[in-house]
Design a protein around this ligand. Structure first.
Ligand code: F6R
Length: 616
């Protein structure tokens, strides 16, 4: 979603800001802008479309200043226009602002400001906030304890309802940035004679690995030499400086055409990283360092509740299946966006889990806060170290798969599946699962990187299938049990990057409606394994075939499909049910990717999508 970069230091700000904005492109946006302090005033350029469209506009301004900010906007209030792009400048020219989030009471603020003679050039809530800061600055008296600039921002934010991550510049205090957050992530970068702020570490990691994760309700005041953090309501905060563990090369393509391709092929290594050091010495269970819940306490929970969004929810659904199967404990999964408003009756002995690659998805965060408010413990399965969800959870499990840039989640998803399987094993071994069954599952999980490597060898075969199937406008994805969520995931991957309409269903459910879609024009992707559901899935395939639907079968190598039933077969290695969902995911990731490439889609930046969804 929207991206923020702010810089104050000794180097020219514009190239650093533009580079930072490019590093944030993966998050999804529809316009971009930059403002730099130049010859005693703010020079501003804004443009719809990519950062590449903004660059020539910025070049015309010959920006040499060392104090500035940039933004990529994903439209919420107001259409995608140059005027609505950020930064916004107050009508008196003194305040410049960039903002992620939504100010819900902007209309009443605007009415107030119009009455005071402030004028507006855009339809945005951000410009309203900007003018309100200018209004407070104009009224603010000198105070020996705090800069007028910080006080004006603080006073404004006390009136703001909704969510924000903001960075503000002021013509009366050039060389100072004020930044604050509520609900939208912000990270301060502490450099050598320079200070930075960004909505995502990716934008600043090339300049510094020393960062401070700003918390909700905090305001930071940055100059090149120092930074100070206070809360909205009270005094100074002692900041914790963290070290970012990944480097800028993690955000490069390394010879791949797209980040999605790179990340698909990184999966064997990603799985190794996600399980490293996490099996017990006796090789019969998994261990996690950061749960902050003892084994005894774990045994005391009668139910588990998972909440997540999108792809992460699919990983929760697979975990539900494995946990119920291995540990015989009831598990529920819910869309985080629904859970937060459903006010669902819950059993007291329930342990909560949220799953989120970014750790910033607003609905997942809100579901977690709602569960905590009701007194439940919440553990987070999350990839981004230091994210809001990771910090607010009672404990959790990091995915450790490195920076995922592609908007379509791939390596983060399979690592969530792996962690879900490991967690199921852990819980099962605290209950009834035997030592030998535990050992068998540990061995299977340890073998998953190799199985994924084998599945990836089908890439050229799948590319050929993609060329033949890219012409279709609709596709069904069908599977059963733990492969039903993989059918959902296959459909989601295809539609989000190729814009082909796709639906995932439990294969047997097809007869209750979706079968009406089946014709020569609507192929179906089936997931088939040789297990208990084999004959039933084959029957569903026959029903499609009888209606002239083409079939792509993702089938384990030991499946003996009736001759001629599938038009295309993508073989995957035979494997344990704990790793089957991981292995079955690989072909549909590759199929979606190659179809999207065939159709010339912008794979890493699909239209309308954002990498982390920080608005409701
Ligand atoms: C799809 C995709 C999204 C995310 C969803 C939740 O490929 O990536 O569906 O899974 O937006 O994001 P996180 O996991 O960051 O909470």
């Amino acid at each position: 979603m929207c991206g923020i970069v702010g810089y104050v230091g000794k180097h020219k700000a514009a190239p650093l800001i533009l580079e930072g904005l490019k590093r944030l492109e993966y998050r999804g946006y529809d316009s971009a802008g930059i403002a730099v302090w130049q010859d005693g005033k703010f020079a501003v350029a804004k443009k719809t479309g990519r950062v590449a469209n903004l660059e020539p506009e910025a070049a015309k301004l010959r920006l040499t200043g060392t104090y500035g900010m940039g933004h990529t906007r994903w439209a919420t209030h107001g259409g995608v226009t140059d005027a609505n792009a950020h930064p916004h400048v107050s009508s008196d020219g003194k305040i410049v602002l960039i903002h992620n989030g939504v100010i819900e009471n902007y209309a009443s603020m605007k009415k107030f400001l119009l009455g005071k003679g402030y004028t507006f050039k855009s339809e945005t809530d951000t410009e309203v906030l900007c003018n309100l800061i200018a209004y407070h600055l104009a009224k603010e008296a000198e105070d020996p304890d705090e800069s007028r600039f910080v006080s004006a921002v603080r006073k404004t934010l006390r009136h703001a309802e909704g969510t924000y991550g903001i960075v503000v510049m002021c013509s009366e205090m050039p060389g100072e940035l004020v930044t604050a957050r509520k609900g939208s992530p912000l990270i301060l970068g502490i450099g050598d004679g320079e200070s930075l702020v960004a909505s995502d570490v990716a934008a600043i990691v090339s300049r510094t690995q020393s960062v401070v994760y700003l918390k909700d309700g905090e305001i930071a005041h940055l100059t090149p030499q120092r930074f100070a953090i206070t809360t909205l309501t009270s005094g100074e905060v002692s900041p914790v400086i963290d070290k970012v563990t990944w480097s800028i090369s993690d955000a490069d393509l390394n010879g791949h055409a797209h980040f999605m391709e790179k990340e698909i092929f990184e999966q064997p290594a990603a799985l190794e990283n996600a399980m490293r050091g996490r099996f017990s010495e006796d090789g019969s269970t998994a261990n996690f360092g950061g749960l902050n819940i003892t084994a005894g306490e774990f045994r005391g929970f009668d139910r588990f509740q998972f909440c997540a969004c999108g792809t992460a929810l699919h990983a929760c659904m697979v975990t539900e299946h494995l946990m119920e199967r291995f540990a015989r404990v009831p598990v529920e999964c819910d869309y985080a966006s629904e859970f937060r408003y459903r006010n669902m009756p819950l059993f007291r002995n329930t342990l909560f889990f949220v799953m989120s690659q970014s750790g910033e998805t607003i609905d997942t965060l809100a579901a977690m806060r709602e569960a905590k408010r009701k007194g439940y413990k919440v553990l987070a399965i999350n990839n981004v170290v230091g994210s809001t969800i990771a910090r607010e959870a009672d404990g959790g499990i990091y995915q450790h798969v490195g920076h995922e840039v592609g908007v379509a989640s791939t390596k983060a998803f399979t690592s969530q599946l792996l962690i879900g399987a490991m967690l199921s094993l852990y819980v099962a071994r605290l209950r009834d699962m035997s030592f030998s069954e535990g050992v068998e599952i540990v061995q299977a999980l340890k073998g998953s990187p190799e199985l994924v490597r084998t599945a990836l060898q089908q890439a050229e075969h799948i590319k050929g299938i993609a060329k033949r199937y890219a012409k279709y406008r609709d596709m069904l994805f069908l599977g059963r049990l733990s492969l039903y969520p993989i059918a959902l995931e296959g459909a989601l991957k295809l539609k989000e990057i190729s814009y082909i309409h796709a639906e995932g269903y439990p294969a047997a459910e097809m007869k209750h409606g979706p079968i009406a879609l089946v014709s020569e024009e609507c192929p179906a992707v089936f997931f088939v394994s040789s297990g208990e559901m084999f004959n039933k899935v084959v029957s569903s395939m026959q029903e499609i075939k009888a209606r002239k639907g083409k079939i792509i079968a993702v089938a384990t190598a030991d499946c003996k499909l009736p001759e001629g039933l599938a038009d295309e077969v993508i073989p995957i290695p035979e494997c344990h049910e704990a790793v089957l969902p991981i292995v079955a995911t690989i072909p549909v990731q590759l199929l979606s990717y190659y179809v999207a490439v065939e159709l010339g889609r912008d794979v890493d930046k699909p239209r309308n999508l954002a990498k982390s969804v920080t608005v409701e």
